[in-house]
Write a protein that binds this ligand. Structure first.
Ligand SMILES: [Ca+2]
Ligand SMILES: [Ca+2]
Ligand SMILES: [Ca+2]
Ligand SMILES: [Ca+2]
Length: 639
């Protein structure tokens, strides 16, 4: 498919979480006392707002718990400067030392930091900023590259093998000597190309689970080029398949690698799964894309006049693994009159229909319904909130690329260019894409790359989610434990519901290391219907939910419980026996008066089973969380 290179101007969006300081200074020593005075003011400010001690702060007991005013401390500070070429540089820092490094001088003394400067960390800020990554992300990828070079990248749950399909002395076998760049230590052009492919395979392989090796038949060949445009490469599944053993959907086409995963076996031993072909002409020759070449570094630092091969390969592998539809968008016809798994998640909000339920004419119209065709998969929906555009806010669905003029190869099988921040699977490769596979990971999970750490064809699960007590006091430290099955060990998000599990709006901890337990401070959300959910961070499954428990601010208090016992016709029942059974089995008994009323005094906060008996009548037992005075706990006899 044709890819177009678009150079975007750099737009800096400062995260709102950070305080913003703009200090227009060149990174040189302060040359006069006035500048030094301003530097010292800034240093004072940074020290104050990044102060991470509670010394001198006061605890105040309020009606809702113990409160500490942080007095402006514990903030992150976003700094900006113009560099030697008057380009904007920004960095989010957490202490004065980082700020000094960013400005390349000691703000308190004016001394340049050329000597003591940690160039490595300095460049992390610069590179991270330029590529719209956080320094943490950049450090993560630097480590990934190091591990790759040392051959110990992991965990790898799916093996992706690059099959070198080139002839002697060309493509992956091109013997032209090259210098190392961006962590790629291959000594020939061919080796470096192969290293990029293998690195992309490792990044995808570290995310996906499959017991079947994914085979990518790969070539570098001379492809179309003009002085202003070029085909970078193309890739796709080598075959589609349906109704195989364990297929999640019947009568539905699947990409080869995904089908093999679900089947647990290589469904075509004669065929690899994905074909990838890239343009060997993009080599700096001015007649091909104005002299651009592929950047073969692994560090996502794309020099000018280059195209980042790693990003393009990650993108193309994404298509081959499941990010593509097999519908003929210009006619609306399904592939052999049956849907493919991708189309079952395509939703047209104008027609209010999924693509697999449309007529050819409806699909044809939908293919150019710009901005109104959405990916509707649960994993994408739960993880898409980082997008500031290209997303339906109310549902989390994400727009697919359906421009008003149908573009064969680009339309349908990409995210909409409206998505921001830019996504790996947008149709145009832009600089600054992270290597995280962003929402593509959720998309692959939606189409059926379920988490299966031990590759036994049984999805991983989380069970036995249990809080440390059935009654948690607001402001206290509590914990939750859970059991991972199938070897599941990815980071989790721990969320709280206050409505019995209908919604989980409170995040207790995100990106939590999966040790099977997690401690947290009980938030100020009194409820008798608290539940904790533990799930893979950023994904719907694996997931486990606790039973209801109580969050209260008066756990030592006791309350009054009262109500009425009635016949099914609404008339009162006198002399009915109400048993209130605590979780430790202790039981208290009350009897209704002639008007059907009963009452328990001095009931400790807790969970109780209520059981009502009266000769000739039958009542359902009820389990109730008692968190406050309760006056209308009524029981009505079964008719
Ligand atoms: Ca070739
Ligand atoms: Ca095969
Ligand atoms: Ca975009
Ligand atoms: Ca499993």
């Amino acid at each position: 498919m044709k890819e177009t290179l678009i150079r975007l101007s750099l737009i800096i969006i400062l995260p709102v979480l950070c305080g913003i300081l703009f200090w227009k200074y060149l990174p040189i020593a302060s040359s006069n006392s006035q500048d030094l005075q301003k530097d010292r003011e800034m240093a004072e400010y940074i020290k104050r707002v990044t102060n991470r001690t509670s010394e001198g702060l006061t605890e105040v007991q309020t009606k809702n718990g113990v409160m500490v005013d942080l007095q402006g401390r514990f903030q992150n500070v976003f700094l900006a400067r113009l560099d030697e070429k008057e380009r904007l540089r920004t960095a989010c820092v957490t202490d004065l030392e980082e700020a000094n490094r960013f400005f390349k001088r000691n703000l308190e003394t004016g001394q340049p930091l050329a000597e003591g400067l940690n160039n490595e960390e300095e460049s992390i800020y610069e590179i991270a900023e330029r590529h719209k990554m956080s320094p943490e992300e950049l450090i993560f990828y630097k480590k990934l590259i190091k591990d790759f070079q040392e051959g110990n990248l992991g965990p790898t749950n799916a093996n992706i093998t690059i099959i070198n399909n080139d002839g002697p002395n060309e493509g992956f076998n091109d013997p032209t000597p090259v210098s190392p760049e961006g962590g790629n230590n291959g000594t020939t052009l061919g080796q470096q190309r192969l290293n990029v492919f293998n690195f992309a395979a490792q990044i995808w392989g570290a995310f996906l689970d499959s017991s079947v090796t994914i085979q990518v038949r790969s070539n570098f060949d001379p492809l179309t080029c003009t002085s202003t445009s070029a085909v970078l490469g193309s890739a796709g599944t080598i075959y589609v398949i349906r109704d195989f053993t364990n297929a999640q959907l019947t009568n539905t086409w699947y990409h080869a690698a995904l089908a093999n995963k679900q089947a647990g076996t290589d469904l075509s031993t004669t065929n690899p799964d994905i074909q990838a072909t890239f343009n060997s002409s993009l080599n700096g020759n001015p007649s091909c894309l104005g002299g651009f070449r592929f950047y073969l570094g692994l560090d996502n630092s794309t020099p000018s006049n280059t195209v980042n091969l790693l990003v393009v390969v990650l993108h193309e592998l994404g298509h081959g693994l499941g990010f593509s539809s097999f519908v003929n968008g210009s006619t609306g016809q399904l592939f052999n009159n049956l849907p493919d798994v991708y189309t079952t998640f395509m939703f047209d909000r104008t027609q209010n229909l999924y693509w697999n339920n449309m007529t050819n004419g409806q699909r044809q119209a939908s293919a150019t319904n710009n901005g109104n065709v959405l990916w509707d998969g649960p994993n994408v929906r739960i993880a898409s909130s980082f997008l500031t555009s290209g997303r339906e806010t109310s549902t989390g669905r994400v727009q697919l690329y359906t421009p008003t003029t149908f573009q064969s190869g680009s339309s349908i099988s990409h995210w909409d260019t409206a998505a921001s921040p830019n996504l790996l699977m947008e149709p145009f490769i832009t600089t600054g894409l992270p290597l995280t596979l962003d929402l593509t990971r959720q998309q692959t999970r939606d189409v059926g790359w379920y988490r299966d750490t031990n590759n036994d064809l049984t999805p991983d699960t989380i069970t036995n989610v249990t809080p440390s007590s059935n009654i948690l006091a607001i402001g206290s430290t509590a914990s939750v434990t859970w059991t991972n099955t199938g070897g599941f060990n990815r980071n989790v998000i721990v969320e709280l519901s206050t409505d019995g599990g209908t919604t989980f709006p409170i995040v207790l901890g995100s990106n939590v290391t999966n040790t099977g337990s997690f401690s947290f401070t009980v938030p100020n959300t009194p409820t008798g219907q608290a539940r904790i959910r533990v799930r893979e961070d950023n994904f719907v499954q694996p997931s486990g939910v606790s039973s209801n428990f109580i969050i209260t601010n008066n756990s030592n208090a006791s309350v009054t419980v009262s109500g009425r016992v009635l016949r099914s016709n609404g008339r009162p029942v006198a002399s009915a026996i109400i048993r209130m059974i605590a979780q430790d089995g202790s039981t208290r008994i009350a009897m209704t008066n002639p008007f059907g009323y009963y009452r328990f005094f001095e009931v400790p906060i807790g969970t109780y089973t209520f059981s009502v008996t009266k000769k000739g009548l039958s009542f359902q037992d009820r389990v109730v969380n008692i968190t406050e005075d309760t006056s209308n706990l009524d029981f009505v006899a079964s008719p």
